[in-house]
Each structure stands twice: as C-alpha cells, then as structure tokens.
Design a protein around this ligand. Structure first.
Ligand code: BES
Ligand code: ZN
Ligand code: ZN
Length: 486
C-alpha cells in the first residue's frame, strides 16, 4: 500500500473520493455547484443523512465516472476521536471491497495528532497476515491519498510520523502473527540483525543459550531448558551522535508459551505464538529509528525463547539464582515471562546507565481479566514516568491504564525456601507479576512495565483497523513517548 498526504483542493480527475459529512450538514468540498446540488438532493431525498457510520456511494461528473463515497460522521457534539478512527477505517474497507485501486479521502480539519491517527488507522484497515496462504488475499486498494485541511507547514511532520508508525505496526504485527515453527528465537534474532544492517547507528549483539547460562542468567535459562530451539538474548543499541538521555526498552520474546510442565489447557493455546509481542513491538520501534532519528540513546533488549514441557524442562519447585543474585523458587512454570524479564532487566541495568527503563510483555491473563482488551496495564515505580506514558498514550491512541504495585504484592512473593517465588496470591495477578519484576529493578532506577496480554492480540475483531491476531500494541505508545522526550 502506498499513501500520500496533500492539502490541495479536490479535483475531478480524482476517480474515487470519500467525503465525510456531519449529520444533515453539507460541506462544499469541491466548490462545484453541481456536485453540491447532487449531494443536497441525496440528503433531501433521505438516501443519506450523515448518521454516524452511514455510507452511501454514487457516480457523478459529466460522464458519471467519478465515484463519491459519502461517509456519515453523525452529530458533531457526539463525535470523539475514537469514533473518527473507526469510521474512516470502515470507509477504506468499503472502498477496498468495491475493488478500487486508488482512493482519495477528505479529512476535515482536526488537531494534528488526531489527523495522524486517522491516517494510521485508515492504512491499517487493509492490513492482513497472508504470508502462508497459497493464494494470498491481497487488498485491492493500492494507494490512499489523504486530503487534509491541516496547515501546510505541518504536512511533512504528519506524514513522517504516520508513515513510520504504520511501518512499525505492520512489521510488529507480521512478526507476532508468524507461527512459532517459522519465527523461532533464532529467526527473531535475525530480524534484529537485519534492522542493524539497515541503520548504521544501531549495533546488534546476540547472546545464545550457552552464553545466557554462562553469564549467570539462570532464570532466563531455566525457561529455555524445555525447548530444543536455542534461546537468544537480543540487544540493540541505537546511539546517535548527540544525545543526553538513555532509554531502555525490554521486550518479552516467548516465541511460544505452552506453559512448560505446568502446561496450559489446549483451548486457544495456538495464540501463544504471539507471546513474543512485547519483543516484536521493540523491534518495530527500532525498525523506524532510521526515519525518525530521535536524539536519545535507545537500547532494546529482548529475551527470546520457547516455554515447553519436555524431559529437560524445569519443574515446579526448582530453584534458580538470578543474574542480580536473588534466588527464585519456580512454583508455576507458566509464569515464565517474569523469569525471563527479571534477568534481562538485571542485565541491562548492569550494562547501561538508563534514564528510563520500560518493559513490554504479554505477561498475565489476570491483566486481561482486570482491564479487558483495549487497555494496556501500566505499572511504574515513578510517578513522573507514569505521567509521561499516560500523556503519550492519549496522543497516540494506544490506551494504557495505571495499575498499582504495593508492598502487599511483594509480600505475596516470599518463598519458604528461596528469596522469592514466581507466583503471588490468588488475586491481583497482574500486580503481583509487576511486583516480581520490580524486585529486579535497582533502587533509584525509573522503570515502567506495560502488560499487553489483553491488547497485544484480538480474537473477536470489533474495529475496522484491527484484524484477527496481533495488534502491534505499544508501538504507537513508545514512538510517541520517544517523540515527546527525545
Ligand atoms: N503468556 C502468558 C500470559 C498471557 C495470557 C498472554 C493470555 C496473553 C493472553 C503468561 O506467560 C502466563 O502464562 N501467565 C500466567 C501466570 C500465572 C501462572 C501466574 C497466567 O496469566 O495465567
Ligand atoms: Zn506462561
Ligand atoms: Zn507467557
């Protein structure tokens, strides 16, 4: 898919045009009286009222060759940004279903961020993962031209941001949607190496399972024991010529999570191929640093392995020593994400002096129970960092909700036989998982944890800009965070 952004007047040479209209209000987008009259008569005859989500299409022009798609925005005072994103994406899906190759979309004047989000969600409307279909069901639509009313001077910025977000999102979704027999930890490491080759400011270092074990990352190693695939710790280091802040992004990269010996029920277990979505979000962000050129040093660290049962797999009751020295009793081998992340977090803190550390992970089913599928759980030990993420979340339309970690959750993690156990109490599982991670954050370090278990994947699609499977949750949030603070 190609796209362009213009803020010129509409021309009749444009063959397919999506025209958004508020309820019972006609906007003369063309300055052409004939089309205006035609739309007016459609409205008076009540073929189209402009109700929210309504679509009506007709041919116009002297040879009746110009397709106009009227798109209802509803009442102005009932509209909100989220409804806008949905309705524009819906109209793109509609244009695609009519098998048009190129479409022009008029976007009325909105705040720059809202316009950017409309563009991104519209582009996502045609996303699909069809890599393994013998007959890929490609979108018919090949190009979208967004005709926006924002100031000319803001055009380039909006275009750069929308282009990079969209590219990063598709990249992250493709990786997450890939099956675990194709996207192994090794394949994930190779994706990072490719990103490094595309950008000479990024250095990539890969640690294999043997090195992970020898370094003393026993918690990480314990998870990988059940799998024949070689575990990888993937480190990406983006260092621009000038920077004054360092940001560390840590991603959970479980290319498959069967639960290990504490095996999961088989229903929907296939979705656990997406348990590397935190890692794919981090890779998505790194993929577009070349275009965005932020002035921060950014370190990416991904712990990638599989969690499988097997004769070599770790067992409940096993005790391991983490990279930072704390010992952990593994009560439930399915709580593996926190084991991997704990060691990767300890490792990056030893290696880099970071201003902010943010980890992102499909960590707990409990977070899905608590917040559903639209809000990412946000946990932090620093109010300011939490505010910065909430701010970025509002602008990027990548929703987060602050969640608590307090002493009671740490209390629950005490083990009879080791310093910690990897399972908390019966309730508040998202918070006890976050508390476990916090045990591995050094005093004074500003850290936030994003639990995307609910937002990283969709099984019941209810939005036109989502498709079944991976969502790329966190990509827009982190890009906005970088954009605001670097
Ligand atoms: N990968 C899962 C969490 C998950 C659940 C992600 C649903 C996406 C959708 C994680 O490793 C896990 O299994 N967590 C357990 C933790 C429990 C054993 C304390 C869970 O949530 O059930
Ligand atoms: Zn698990
Ligand atoms: Zn998992």
């Amino acid at each position: 898919m190609k796209f362009d952004i213009v803020n010129t007047n509409l021309k009749f040479s444009d063959k397919v045009i999506i025209l958004p209209l508020f309820e019972k209000k006609i906007e003369n987008y063309f300055g052409d009286e004939n089309v205006y009259e035609e739309i007016n008569s459609i409205i008076t005859q009540k073929f189209f009222l402009g109700k929210y989500g309504e679509i009506f299409n007709f041919f116009t022009g002297s040879e009746k060759k110009i397709k106009i798609i009227l798109l209802g925005l509803g009442k102005k005072d009932e509209l909100n940004p989220e409804k806008l994103y949905e309705v524009f994406a819906k109209s793109i899906k509609f244009a695609d279903s009519l098998k048009f190759k190129e479409v022009n979309v008029v976007i009325p004047k909105f705040d720059n961020k809202i316009t950017q989000n409309i563009i991104e969600t519209s582009l996502l409307a045609t996303y699909r993962y069809d890599e393994h279909k013998s007959k890929p069901q490609k979108a018919e639509l090949e190009k979208i031209i967004f005709n926006i009313k924002n100031d000319k001077k803001d055009l380039d910025e909006i275009k750069l941001r929308a282009q990079s977000s969209w590219k990063a999102l598709c990249f992250a979704r493709d990786l997450s949607n890939a099956p675990s027999n194709k996207l192994t930890p090794d394949a994930m490491a190779n994706e990072a190496i490719k990103i490094g080759k595309e950008n000479n400011l990024i250095k990539v270092k890969i640690f294999n399972e043997e090195e992970i074990k020898n370094l003393g990352l026993e918690l990480f190693y314990s998870v990988s024991k059940g799998s024949d695939e070689d575990a990888k710790m993937i480190i990406l280091d983006y260092t621009p010529k000038k920077y004054n802040k360092t940001l560390v992004l840590v991603g959970k990269g479980l290319t498959f999570d069967a639960g290990g010996v504490s095996i999961k029920p088989s229903q929907n277990m296939h979705e656990m191929k997406m348990d590397m979505s935190g890692g794919s979000t981090v890779l998505g962000v790194f993929k577009v640093l070349k275009d965005l050129k932020p002035q921060c040093r950014i370190i990416g660290a991904i712990g990638s392995t599989e969690n499988l049962p097997g004769h070599k797999a770790q067992k409940p009751g096993d005790i391991w020593k983490s990279y930072n020295g704390k010992t952990v009793e593994v009560i439930d081998t399915d709580a593996e994400g926190r084991l991997v992340l704990a060691d990767v977090l300890s490792y990056v803190q030893k290696q880099y002096k970071a201003d902010y550390i943010i980890d992102i992970a499909t960590l707990t089913g409990a977070c899905v129970v608590a917040l559903g599928c639209e809000y990412t759980g946000l946990f932090s030990n620093d109010n300011k960092l939490e505010d910065m993420l909430v701010e970025a979340s509002k602008d990027s339309f990548d929703k987060v909700w602050p969640m608590p970690i307090d002493d009671s959750f740490h209390e629950e993690l005490k083990s009879d036989v080791a310093d910690l156990k990897n399972l908390g109490g019966r309730y508040g599982g998202a918070s006890s998982a976050a508390a476990f991670l916090e045990e591995f954050v050094d005093k004074g370090n500003k850290w936030a944890h994003l639990d995307i278990a609910g937002t990283g994947m969709v099984s019941n699609v209810n939005k036109s800009y989502l498709s079944k499977g991976a969502t790329g949750s966190g990509v827009k949030l982190l890009l906005e965070f970088i954009n605001n603070n670097c």
